[in-house]
Write a protein that binds this ligand. Structure first.
Ligand code: AGP
Length: 607
């Protein structure tokens, strides 16, 4: 999940490269490097560690070249060392490559190239590409990259520059995202939109198998689909949206953005008078909706937790059977899926490799696939037969927050629409519409309690384990709360259905085991309160997320974080917010790099 940037134009490339890498650091930070074509030579600088180490190395270096590439690494092949840092170069030191992905046949290619006299410096799969391109080079860099690409098996997004081609940048994509930013007299390449958005709103998402030659004038040569100009998308992000602003971390900014992000997600998509939602991108007629016999949701991580909530929503409103699958499991287990099934792929980035592969598998077997995606024009958005964009705005923090609640809102609107085609009355639908419209303000009420939650977080700082429990709609919320805590604070946390406590986990309960119980006043409240009593009798420390006005729970739990009352089906959009803040403040108390948690990257574009 490395970060890649490229620039070709009339200005010095270096400032763009460094600023672009800074915006992509969430994609990997084991090492960073740049290569600039300057005065007929190739200047390469790279350093292990995060971007600041490279910036120190470049302080005072005056690079004026107007063609260059950069890379921030999430190591897959080869230890994070300076030698293994990108860019890599060929034997002559005149061709430089940066790469995101994995070359699966790299060992075979390395052996062949060694036999032809090439000399390798690093342990990486990427360096194989440099020597392969060198092997095919006969003065045409674009043709050499295109020829080399035909020999490669695996996933790659690459940028290539050569000392012999000062105004040319070649990019190629197969499985790892790569975006061309179209400027005026200059053009940009990035592995994600944040690197490009400050310079242009016009982007082209490369497709698998495409190789492009980019000059200051534009995209000149394409191997793959023709007429890229017809694929220019408007990013739709304001530059300010990808800055932290006054927040110390992107994650906190995005937690606080949720009310306005949610308002944007639902804006223009609800018709209160009809008690229904209007989601044009579904591309499904009422009859097609009625013909759906089963829904299968495929996703990963936080998006999988959202899928579990979507299952409960759809089964409650539309009475259609729903299965939720890890995309990585679905794609390999010869799934029983086909016509009559509606598959919904959920992915904030739209670039998660396992989810992309699962989409392709479902389509290959004849199912219609919808996408619930945040990034406009991303691979899953373009692959699927229809879908709904979150409109949550850029989510930079590795820990997903506003995209989770945005996804729940979209799933709710899909469930509402499905339900209105089947069993939900206009009156019921109008109640649901009004409840969703009230959520942004209710979220603000919870966010106003941040200080109380931050203080509570201080009690977790030295924790080694935590348990998150919930029933019904709150069970996936418990899973999500546990994931948030473990991925940014490195405290081991598990989410469980509350009733499962007595089937094993209760053995873990003691005074050192904090237990977070999501216990809104809903149809299973009394059962959850019983679970809290079981924990307290074993001296467990209970933090409850409860409904405002619930005085009973205050006598049962050690600490209570209150949330406003809403429909049971919408409660997860509120009950998750305290858990996001709790995880964030525990991580901050522990001095963890919240936006760049170790070993993680924002978009898992490798399998
Ligand atoms: C969530 O906080 C994690 N960053 C991770 O689980 C993420 O949700 C998962 O990788 C799926 O990403 P996607 O939604 O972009 O497909």
């Amino acid at each position: 999940m490395c970060g890649i940037v490229g620039y070709v134009g009339t200005r010095p490339a270096l400032p763009f490269l460094l600023a672009g890498l800074h915006r992509l650091e969430y994609r990997g930070y084991d090492s960073a490097g740049i290569a600039v074509v300057t005065g007929g030579a190739l200047e390469v600088y790279k350093e292990v560690g995060n971007l600041s180490r490279l910036q120190e190395m470049l302080a005072g270096v005056d690079l004026r070249g107007t063609t260059g590439i950069g890379h921030t690494r999430w190591a897959t092949h080869g230890e994070p060392t300076t030698i293994n840092a990108h860019p890599h170069t060929d034997c002559s030191g005149t061709i430089a490559v940066v790469h995101n992905g994995i070359i699966e046949n790299c060992e075979q290619l390395r052996r062949e190239l060694l036999a032809r006299g090439h000399r390798f410096r690093s342990d990486t799969d990427t360096e194989v590409l440099c020597h392969l391109i060198e092997e095919y080079s006969d003065g045409d860099l674009f043709a050499a990259v295109a020829a080399a690409a035909t020999k490669v098996i695996g996933a790659y997004g690459i940028c290539v520059v050569s000392a012999r081609h000062p105004d040319l940048l070649v990019a190629a994509r197969n499985g790892s995202p790569l975006i061309v930013g179209v400027g005026n007299g200059e053009n940009f390449v990035g592995s994600d939109v944040p690197a490009i958005a400050p310079h242009t709103q016009r982007v082209i998402y490369l497709d698998d198998g495409e190789v492009v030659a980019i000059t200051p004038e534009g995209v000149q040569g394409v191997v793959g689909k023709a007429d890229l100009s017809a694929r220019v998308h408007a990013v739709g992000w304001e530059p300010g949206e990808i800055d932290r602003g006054d927040f110390p971390h992107f994650m906190l900014k995005e937690i606080h953005e949720q009310p306005q992000a949610l308002a944007r997600t639902i804006s223009g998509r609800l018709v209160e008078s009809e008690g229904d939602s209007h989601l044009g991108g579904l591309n499904m007629t009422p009859k097609e909706l009625l013909d759906v016999q089963r829904v299968i949701i495929i996703s990963c991580g936080t998006s999988w937790h959202a899928g579990l909530i979507g299952e409960y929503m759809l089964e409650e409103t539309a009475r259609v059977p729903v299965e939720v699958e890890y995309a990585s499991e679905f794609r390999y287990r010869n799934p029983v899926v086909g016509r009559g099934d509606l598959v919904i792929a959920i992915s904030q980035s739209g670039e998660t490799a396992d989810t992309i592969a699962a989409v392709r598998e479902a389509q290959r077997r004849g199912a219609r696939v919808l996408g619930i995606v945040n990034v406009v024009g991303s691979t899953i958005a373009r692959l699927t037969d229809g879908g709904v964009y979150l409109r949550s705005g850029p989510e930079i923090g590795v820990a997903s927050t506003k995209a989770f609640t945005g996804t729940l809102a979209v799933l709710f609107m899909i469930a509402l629409h499905f339900g209105r085609q089947r069993h939900t009355s206009n009156a019921e639908g109008r109640i649901m519409v009004r409840a969703l419209q009230a959520l942004p303000d209710q979220m603000r009420q919870i966010l106003a309690r941040e200080a109380e939650i931050a203080e509570l977080a201080a009690r977790f700082v030295n924790g080694r384990n935590a348990l998150y429990l919930g029933r019904g709609y709150s069970f996936p919320v418990a899973l999500e709360g546990a994931l948030k805590l473990k991925e940014i604070s490195y405290i081991h946390a598990e989410g469980y259905p509350a009733a499962e406590m007595k089937h094993g986990p209760i053995a873990l309960i003691d005074k050192d085991m904090p237990v977070v119980v999501v216990a809104p006043q809903d149809s299973v409240y009394d059962k959850v309160v019983s679970n809290i009593e079981e924990i307290r009798t074993r001296r467990g420390q209970v933090i409850a997320v409860a409904t405002e006005g619930d005085t009973e729970i205050a006598s049962k739990a050690n600490h209570v974080i209150y949330i406003p009352q809403t429909l049971e089906i919408l409660t997860p959009l509120l009950s998750v917010v305290p858990l996001q803040l709790l995880a964030y403040h525990v991580a901050v108390h522990r001095g963890c790099p919240v936006d760049q948690p170790k070993n993680l990257a924002k978009s898992v574009t490798v399998e």
